[in-house]
Ligand binder design. Structure first.
Ligand code: ADP
Ligand code: MG
Ligand code: MG
Length: 250
């Protein structure tokens, strides 16, 4: 479903372009969940931003194929419409726009590109209620401005509600577990499984800690260091990292 080959990318900085990804190769098949772990500054978020098409990130070499199409040719909104979802390490706040408005706009914009009719208010609310319940989110929270005044955990759960509504084929989740307490971690983990565990979907889960992987069992675990994948294994690799640290394992 996602095939990244020899990806080199640099980020624009005040001092000029800085190379971050350095020959990254990775393939995720439909039905699989892969975890990416790695030390601070390894390039994990850069990988997520690059795949999302964020401005300021330039690909200097390599290719990315998503569902048979050249992902790098697509604009960010076209990537989303093609079924790519990005969950961010730091979800943005949007004062003045309610969650319900935001989610309905997003869902209908995507349906339009897919050639589907927009959801009516009633249809949308039914869908939103269903996904909110999955993440144990109160409907009152969906009426509040997007993420404004939400705790770290609430922002992450809100993002998973958004993922449930958009129903992507492929999700890249960047440290979705950061800042979650134990109960929220389980709720978010269960949410990821409920929304994304499917033979025709796949997930790239970027995480620092093995504990999320107790709830969302990865098929493969990769270590990203110095801008490339340096080691790949099964779930046991995450346990080994937790015990021995990156320096010993990678
Ligand atoms: P990770 O998510 O693995 O912790 P990042 O992808 O965020 O790492 O960052 C990789 C490296 O790129 C780090 O050294 C970081 O400081 C640097 N970097 C990322 N974005 C920028 C930027 N906009 N300006 C300067 N350096 C950056
Ligand atoms: Mg980091
Ligand atoms: Mg990061």
């Amino acid at each position: 479903m996602l095939k990244i080959e020899n990806l080199h990318a640099e980020v624009a900085t005040a001092d000029g372009p800085k190379p971050i990804l350095n020959g990254l190769t990775l393939e995720v098949a439909a039905g699989e969940i892969h975890a990416i772990m790695g030390p601070n500054g390894a390039g994990k978020s850069t990988l997520a931003h690059t795949l999302g098409g964020r401005p300021g990130y330039e690909i200097t070499e390599g290719s990315v194929t998503f569902d048979g199409q050249d992902l790098l040719e697509l604009e960010p909104h076209e990537r989303a419409a093609a079924g790519l979802f990005l969950g961010f390490q730091y979800p943005v706040e949007i004062p003045g726009v309610s969650n319900v408005q935001f989610l309905r706009e997003a869902a209908n914009a995507q349906r339009k590109v897919r050639g589907q009719d927009p959801l009516s208010g009633g249809e949308f609310l039914k869908l939103a209620k269903e996904k909110a319940a999955l993440l144990r989110m109160d409907m009152d929270m969906l009426k509040r401005p997007v993420n404004v005044g939400f705790s770290g955990g609430e922002k992450k759960r809100n993002e998973m509600v958004q993922m449930g509504i958009l129903d992507p084929k492929f999700a890249i989740l960047d440290e979705t577990d950061s800042g979650l307490d134990i109960d929220a971690l389980r709720i978010v983990g269960d949410g990821i499984n409920a929304i994304m565990r499917s033979p025709d979907k796949a997930v790239l889960l970027i995480t620092h800690y093995q504990r999320l992987l107790d709830y969302v069992k990865p098929d493969k675990v990769h270590i990203l260091a110095g801008g490339r994948i340096v080691k790949t294994g099964g779930p046991e690799l995450a346990h080994q990292l937790e015990e021995e640290g990156y320096e010993a394992v990678a």
